[in-house]
Each structure stands twice: as C-alpha cells, then as structure tokens.
Design a protein around this ligand. Structure first.
Ligand code: SF4
Ligand code: SF4
Length: 139
C-alpha cells in the first residue's frame, strides 16, 4: 500500500490520474481540492513514480491504518477571482521557473492568473496586433 506525506503533497492529481484501480480519488468544490488515499493492496508503483513531490512511498499493507486525505484551499485568480490551483502547486512553478519566464511578453506575471483569463488576454493581444498590423499596411 502507499503512504502519503501530506507536508510534501502539492495537490496536483498526478497520482489519481495514473492509478489504474481508483485507489486514489479526488473531490473538488469551488473552494477546496481533496485527495483520498484508500488502502491499496496492489503495488504497481505508478503513483509513487509519477508524484512530482516524492510525497508517496510504498509500505507493507496494514489493514488497521487509516485511509488518509489531503485537502487544500484553492487559490483565486488575480483577474477573475475563480479558484483554480493549490498554493503549493503555484509555489513549485514559481520556484522552478527562471524569473524571466514568469512574466509574459507584456510583463504580466501569469502564474497567478487562471488558464481562462490567460487565454482571453492572449486572444485580446493577438487581436490588437492583427488590427495594428492591418492599419499599418493601409497607411
Ligand atoms: S500503487 Fe498502483 S494501484 Fe496502488 S494506489 Fe498507487 S497507482 Fe494505485
Ligand atoms: S502526485 Fe504527489 S503531489 Fe500530486 S497529489 Fe498525488 S501525492 Fe500529492
């Protein structure tokens, strides 16, 4: 079975995505993300291998132990306020990306902006560039 170190978990869902037997399940509300780790009798090791935080280890099956859950409050997007990611996930991206890649071409710090707002901003910028390009051609 697996043991989770809650202090290392990022709440990224990689483990629940790869578990072939649905021992790791997830629950998401508007504000919170929770991952449940059921007692697993398999030892396929996929969740351990795919955990980016090395928060999981394989341990001998113990039928007495509790089945833990790890829960995170979700962080709101700086633009629309929609909650979209866990704080440990965002901190990990910030810690692993060079400073110059943490800002987009307009200088906006994009990590704390949700994917929907990022896409809208990019589309808006692309449309402005297109209009600018056309107006230059017509001069
Ligand atoms: S060891 Fe395999 S079956 Fe068990 S929880 Fe991890 S991914 Fe699922
Ligand atoms: S893969 Fe690791 S870091 Fe991601 S949710 Fe599972 S235990 Fe947590």
């Amino acid at each position: 079975m697996i043991r989770v170190d809650a202090s290392k978990c990022l709440g990224c869902y990689s483990c629940s995505n790869v578990c072939p037997n649905k021992f790791i399940t997830r629950e998401e509300t508007e504000d919170r993300r929770t991952i449940h780790f059921a007692r697993c009798s398999e030892e396929c090791d996929l969740c351990v291998e795919f955990c980016p935080a090395k928060a999981l280890t394989l341990v001998p099956l113990d039928l007495e132990c509790e089945e833990p859950s790890v829960s995170f409050e979700l962080v709101p997007c700086k633009i629309c306020g929609a909650k979209y990611a866990t704080e440990p996930m965002l901190q990990r991206v910030e810690a692993s990306l060079p400073q110059e890649l943490q800002k987009d071409t307009s200088g906006l710090a994009w990590i704390r902006i949700c994917p929907v707002c990022r896409r809208d901003l990019e589309a808006e910028r692309a449309a402005k560039q297109l209009v600018l390009g056309r107006s230059r051609k017509s001069l």
